[in-house]
Design a protein around this ligand. Structure first.
Ligand code: ATP
Length: 212
């Protein structure tokens, strides 16, 4: 599962997912747009619009699916609750991976019930090739560092267990962020080639991120 605000989804997210699919030998990637984000500002567009943009962006990759459970849930959304739900649906044996960028992983200790995540899924972190996460994990809080050291394994071995591993994959990070896309739209600058055309068209058609 790849959670995110996807406000909007862009090629940084899509390349991260495509590389992880390949490098970790995943069968499917579920894109799960957040409902009411637990530790971010409330997004500018509706959850239904963020979700629709994900649908448009992944339409031509059969291994990518949209999972709208967080968008449809009332109240705060915590990843741990989503994983609990998925576990119930998929059963205890199914290996499940929570995918994230290196920046998100280094903040994992701030997530609600974060240590429970390891009882539910593996964590697969996309990190810039040539850099090691060790350089930054040294400044992370001790509990996160300990989990990292204890659980680190090769992505290819994750399928042997249903949950509990941490794998780091060297994935080039495209210098694209949703923040940059939102400000470019607000400044009436081009967003072409930063995200799929269908998503750019949707943004323009619905006047998203434009100044009032
Ligand atoms: P914002 O700019 O609004 O903070 P964002 O572009 O970082 O948004 P999120 O929806 O917060 O997007 O990201 C969801 C996940 O995708 C996170 O795990 C994040 O680390 C990862 N991610 C975001 N942008 C990139 C990128 N350019 N390359 C690789 N991973 C990315």
């Amino acid at each position: 599962m790849l959670g995110g605000t996807f406000d909007p989804i862009h090629y940084g997210h899509l390349r991260l997912a495509e590389e992880m699919l390949e490098l970790a030998g995943l069968r499917q990637i579920r894109f799960i747009p957040t409902g009411t984000p637990a530790h971010r500002d409330v997004p500018q567009v509706t959850a239904a619009q963020r979700s629709e943009m994900v649908r448009l962006a992944i339409a031509d990759q059969p291994a990518f699916v949209l999972d709208e459970r967080e968008v449809k849930r009332a109240g705060k959304c915590y990843t741990v609750d989503t994983l609990r739900e998925l576990r119930l649906e998929l059963g205890a044996q199914q290996p499940l991976c929570l995918l994230m960028g290196g920046d998100a992983f280094l903040q994992l200790h701030t997530w609600h019930e974060w240590e429970k995540l390891f009882d539910l899924a593996h964590i697969v972190v996309g990190y810039r090739p040539g850099f090691t996460i060790e350089e930054r994990i040294v400044t992370a809080p001790l509990p996160l560092r300990e989990h990292y050291q204890k659980r680190l394994c090769a992505a290819t071995t994750l399928r042997a267990e249903a949950h509990g591993g941490i794998a780091v994959l060297g994935i080039p990070k495209l210098e694209i962020s949703a923040t940059v896309i939102r400000s470019r739209v607000a400044e009436q600058r081009s967003i072409r080639y930063l995200l799929p055309n269908a998503v750019a068209e949707y943004i323009h058609q619905h006047h998203l991120y434009a100044p009032c």
